[in-house]
Design a protein around this ligand. Structure first.
Ligand code: G2I
Length: 671
């Protein structure tokens, strides 16, 4: 929200009213809500923290059937040919990133992961490389290629196939003859991995090969010995890609053993190029199950979308037929992705035990908190609340709004019945300072033993305080980003960058934000680096502008491996309401929970007002949490939501609207 935001908001509301009959209900909103079983490959894989990807050909991106399936089903992509040496550096020192960028940018805009394929391979290698005979020249050429390509895609590639297919078929268990091995010796693989690590330390580095799926094969054993040696000597390697181009018999019976034996060396394993001749349902299911049964098998990529897209199209080896219809193997794959080891043995899944319901009903309080203007604070509305219960008190932070602009306020009370009489502490009097500050979010960082207040200033900003109850203890604002990330600049259109939200799991912290233009963004840093290092900004979810407007909240559901996403939308009646989604990881893809106007998370239509209908908007708010730390954990039962509402007849300047805070309590909780 910037100081001009009211213009955008007023225009948005007017347009929403005009669009009553034309507002398109997004597909996601009408899909059957199902928190436990998803209806697409990517969403189902994400429930176990895995990805499900496909090879993509840039030349097919103009085909709507192709891109329709791509974006619906897959949350990871691998360029089939566009990042190979003969495309990227066809002549020495001259780099062509165009086709690779086309795939990379498209994936980033849709929140799909990207696997980089491939840096060093004896095929699709230009003859100017394969004819080099001098070791120093070839070493320089190889390292320069790795460095240039990885630098170009830095931050965009999740995992790189650093070296591809370096081992020989047959019984030798040795490396195959190639210009790299023949001129540089077998040490070229180690050298490539070391160059790759220094070029992009945040990308996972994989060795990728075919015919290494059967544990007893000499080739498998050769690759295994190399990875074991690398791990023993500290040569950087993070993953092994098993291509898995199978005949109609499917995977060898030892496939899962092979996956777990590699994983036991301390690397991730991935199925990187899966296709199975004639696509037998059982063969696909067995392949997927083997991955699901190995914790470090982090994802599966099929080598193309429709049979007609396959490099072996005559074998019809993929999950979609030539017309883009799902084949029987699609169903067996989807089912196998849902079959966690726990489910197969009949043990209750913790997710279903504490999962949220798929529809909600609420009872609302009256307006509990109203602005308290004083001689120097002329305030029309109190908005955007953030709340924690800590040390026997509710601590509420909120925006104060008037035509003159926005700032922040703090109040605390021990019981909701006292909320209205609590003292308002204006934070413009503290080091947070005057000027545009809005939409606060508060949490305690347990590692740093500091409270954080995250808010928007035009950038994403924060202040810290060792004592939440001391309003004067907040530090001056600092920014999370040096400037607006490029992906937001590219997608924001006429919207505003608003409503920053931080949540952490045990490894990473994520910063979500909205653009009033249909996009939810997500950046990542490690728990150790927080509050610094936010990077890898992607679109975490998107829809039409009013269907995914702003005020997103993300929470961990207590006692489950579910995360809950709420986003504020503008309904066909022009009123604000919330939609909801779940995911099994913070970086996962979001499946609709109660996500439509007819089955909303919270809208005037599923809220009763025993004390009188004081609002028809259920707008920017926050869940009452089970704790107060950076994990933003909420209970699975008896949810409560503090929100902003206003007199339905009020109008005029958006910034001057009479927003008040009220509390929803879930009335259909079954636990
Ligand atoms: O061969 C199957 C895969 C084995 N593992 C490594 C992968 O990179 C490899 O992919 C295939 C692509 O699917 C094919 O599309 O690699 C082939 C090249 O070795 C690709 O074929 C090439 C043709 O050879 C070229 O003639 C053609 O111009 O595809 C190019 C683009 O269509």
């Amino acid at each position: 929200m910037n100081p001009l935001k009211w213009l955008g908001r007023r225009r948005a509301s007017v347009l929403a009213l005009l669009a009553v009959t034309t507002l398109v209900t997004p597909a996601a909103a009408t899909a059957a809500p199902d928190a436990v079983r998803a209806s697409t490959l990517g969403a189902q894989a994400a429930q176990s923290g895995r990805y499900f990807g496909t090879a993509v050909a840039a030349g097919r991106l103009g085909d709507g059937t192709y891109t329709g399936i791509l974006d619906r089903e897959f949350n990871s992509v691998t360029p089939e040919n566009e990042m190979k040496w003969d495309t990227i550096e066809r002549s020495r020192g001259s780099f062509n990133f165009g086709p690779g960028d086309q795939i990379a940018n498209r994936a980033a805009a849709r929140g799909q992961r990207l696997r980089g394929h491939t840096l060093v391979w004896h095929q699709q290698l230009p003859s100017w490389v394969s004819s080099i005979r001098d070791a120093n020249t070839l070493r320089g050429v190889m390292n320069n290629h790795i460095t240039q390509v990885m630098n170009h895609y830095k931050g965009k590639v999740y995992a790189w196939d650093v070296v591809n297919e370096a081992f020989a078929d047959g019984g030798s268990g040795q490396m195959r003859s190639s210009v790299f091995r023949d001129v540089l010796g077998t040490g070229f693989i180690e050298e490539a991995f070391r160059s790759a690590r220094s070029a992009d330390p945040s990308a996972k580095l994989c060795y990728n090969d075919y015919n290494i799926e059967n544990w007893s094969d000499a080739k498998t054993q050769g690759v295994y010995r190399m990875v074991r040696d690398f791990k023993a000597r500290g040569v950087p390697i993070d993953c092994v890609g098993l291509q898995s181009h199978f005949g109609a018999g499917g995977p060898p019976s030892s496939f899962q053993t092979t996956l777990s034996n590699f994983a036991a060396l301390g690397v991730d394993v991935q199925i990187t190029e899966l296709d199975i001749a004639q696509a037998p349902t059982a063969a696909y299911a067995n392949t997927v199950r083997a991955c699901m049964n190995v914790a470090r098998c982090t994802g599966i990529t099929v080598w193309g979308i429709r049979d007609s897209d396959s490099w072996h199209s005559g074998e019809n080896p993929l999950l979609f037929d030539r017309n883009g219809n799902k084949k029987p193997a699609y169903q067996s794959t989807l089912t196998a992705l849902g079959g966690s080891a726990a489910a197969q043995t009949g043990a209750p899944s913790p997710r279903s035990a504490a999962a949220l319901p798929s529809s909600f009903r609420w009872s609302s309080s009256g307006a509990l908190i109203a602005p308290k203007p004083d001689a120097t604070h002329n305030i029309a509305g109190i908005k955007d609340p953030s709340v924690v219960h800590y040390n026997g008190k509710y601590h509420v932070f909120a925006s104060t709004a008037s035509s003159a602009g926005y700032n922040l306020v703090y109040l605390s009370f021990s019981d909701w019945s006292q909320a209205g009489s609590a003292t308002h502490h204006y934070l413009d009097r503290t080091a947070i300072g005057a000027g545009y500050r809005a939409a606060p979010q508060v949490f305690y960082n347990t590692q740093q033993r500091l409270w954080y207040l995250v808010y928007q200033t035009g950038n994403a900003s924060y202040s810290t305080n060792p004592d939440i109850s001391n309003p004067n203890g907040w530090s001056a604002p600092r920014n999370f980003y040096s400037s607006m990330p490029d992906i937001i600049k590219q997608n924001i259109g006429n919207g505003y960058w608003v409503d920053m939200w931080v949540i952490c799991d045990s490894a990473n912290c994520y910063l979500f934000s909205s653009d009033d233009n249909g996009h939810l963004y997500r950046s990542r840093t490690t728990v150790g680096q927080f509050p610094n290092g936010f990077t890898n900004t992607v679109i975490a979810a998107q829809d039409s502008k009013f269907a995914m407007f702003e005020a997103s909240n993300v929470y961990k559901v207590q006692g489950s491996n579910q995360y809950l996403l709420l986003v504020e939308a503008i309904g066909s009646d022009g009123r604000r309401y919330f939609r909801s989604w779940t995911a099994s990881s913070l970086a996962g893809s979001w499946s609709p929970l109660a996500a439509s106007e007819s089955n909303p998370f919270a809208k005037s239509s599923n809220v009763t007002f025993p004390a009188g209908t004081w609002t028809r908007d259920i707008s920017h708010g926050e869940m009452i949490r089970a704790g107060y730390d950076q994990t933003l954990t909420i209970p699975a039962c008896k949810l409560q939501y503090l929100y902003q509402g206003k007199d339905p007849n009020a109008g005029g300047d958006y910034n001057n609207l009479p927003w008040r805070l009220g509390l929803l309590t879930q009335s259909n909780s079954t636990c």
